[in-house]
Design a binder for this molecule. Structure first.
Ligand code: GLT
Ligand code: MN
Ligand code: MN
Length: 389
């Protein structure tokens, strides 16, 4: 029997090369898995059913490679893509591993480090575009501080803006078909990271010279670390046309960045997230920015990858079930108290509307007494999730 939760190209499931190659290192212990060659990684991703892969420049081409080495690796990657049909959907720059970036890249106090970071990014953009990436992510993991006296936080935002404006102009000059997606994180590896949440990023984007080509890449773990509601942030990004990419994973609140298998925490939150993505018409990749438990071996990594995709496909089915459940629909209808006349008054200001509204009598006690059966509604949602409806 065909597996109805098998990944399909139209799901647009992707993984970063760094996710499945994660060797299980953490701040307290060394690798538990051997290195995974990037080309073998791409081929294996295709085999388990991913539609696309993403990469940092140095996930594919090691830092300091010669041009000849770079070109050989790119040729191998292109061959793997051609053989398997997997696409490169997103590219990004590693601006955090090398010690040169220990105090930031675009926001460093050192002009030479800032210029080097922009140069490295231009080269990585060229590389990404060569492999077909249409989205370019910026995650400024080192763009932060422990000592706020050492780096003026307002100056840091300005430097970040300058870098974005410069790189947008570069993409335009090169006539690349590429958009930018900015990824927020509250902390880790820095004590505090600038533009700490997706909301901060949206406000920052509005100040950019080419704001229309810049959106966000929200990550479940990062908003959750900050104690925020991820789905609300994604909804706001969608609402202003800025959801260009998304990083899906699992995370408990108040912890270090766990990057767990998608759906391994908060199934209900993730059901509502998948429902939002699917119903909103979001067309971008569903990227799993996560990694296998440190306790897994190399084979277990692919159980992790399959698990992410399978959970998404199952939650997509559950979301449809929610939207077709008669009792749920009935409650949603009951609590939808639209009122054409009042909405006509408040939709747009006019002197006449304001006057009419001023003269409209309301009975707050009657309004307060209208029923909101949320207990039943949430229980029904739980029962869909638990598989008893
Ligand atoms: C790093 C980080 C992620 C980012 C990646 C892109 S790298 O693993 O934890 O959240 O999305 O730079
Ligand atoms: Mn991420
Ligand atoms: Mn993360």
């Amino acid at each position: 029997m065909a597996d109805r939760y098998a990944p399909k190209p139209e799901h647009k499931f992707t993984f970063g090369l760094w996710t499945t190659a994660n060797p299980g290192r953490d701040p307290f212990g060394s690798e538990t898995r051997p290195p995974l060659d990037p080309i073998a990684n791409i081929r294996r991703m295709a085999e388990v059913g991913a539609w696309g892969f993403n990469f940092h420049d140095n996930d594919l081409v090691p830092f300091g490679s010669t041009l000849a080495e770079r070109n050989r690796i790119v040729a191998d990657a292109k061959k793997a893509m051609k053989d398997t049909g997997i696409v490169c959907s997103m590219a990004t720059t590693n601006l955090f591993s090398h010690p040169v970036f220990k105090d930031g890249a675009f926001t460093s106090n050192d002009a030479a480090v800032r210029a080097f970071a922009i140069q490295k990014t231009m080269q990585a953009i060229d590389l990404g575009v060569e492999l077909g990436a249409k989205i370019y992510v910026f995650w400024g993991g080192r763009e932060g501080a422990e000592v706020d006296l050492a780096k003026d936080p307002q100056e840091a935002i300005k430097r970040n803006r300058e870098a974005m404006n410069f790189l947008c102009a570069y993409v335009k000059q090169q006539k690349y078909n590429l958009v930018f997606a900015l990824e927020a994180k509250p902390n880790e590896p820095r004590g505090d990271i600038y533009n700490a949440t997706t909301g901060n990023m949206l406000a920052f984007i509005a100040t950019l010279e080419y704001a229309q080509m810049v959106g966000v890449n929200p990550e479940y773990a990062h908003e959750t670390m900050a104690g925020l509601n991820f789905t609300h942030h994604v909804a706001q990004a969608i609402e202003c046309g800025k959801l260009f990419h998304i990083d899906l994973n699992g995370q408990k609140m108040g912890r270090f960045d766990q990057d767990l298998r998608f759906g391994s925490e908060d199934l209900k939150g993730n059901l509502l997230l998948v429902r939002l993505l699917e119903n909103s018409g979001y067309k971008g990749p569903r990227h799993f920015d996560a990694h296998a438990y440190r306790t897994e071996d190399s084979d277990g990594v692919w159980d992790f990858a399959r698990g992410c995709m399978r959970t998404y496909a199952i939650l997509k089915e559950k979301a449809q079930q929610v939207d077709e459940d008669r009792e749920i629909l009935q409650i949603l209808k009951e609590i939808d108290r639209s009122n054409k006349e009042l909405e006509g008054l408040t939709k747009k200001f006019s002197a006449a509307n304001a006057k009419k509204l001023m003269d409209t009598p309301f009975d707050p006690n009657e309004l307060a007494s209208r029923r909101l059966p949320y207990e039943r509604l949430d229980q029904l949602l739980n029962e869909v999730l638990m598989g008893v409806r």
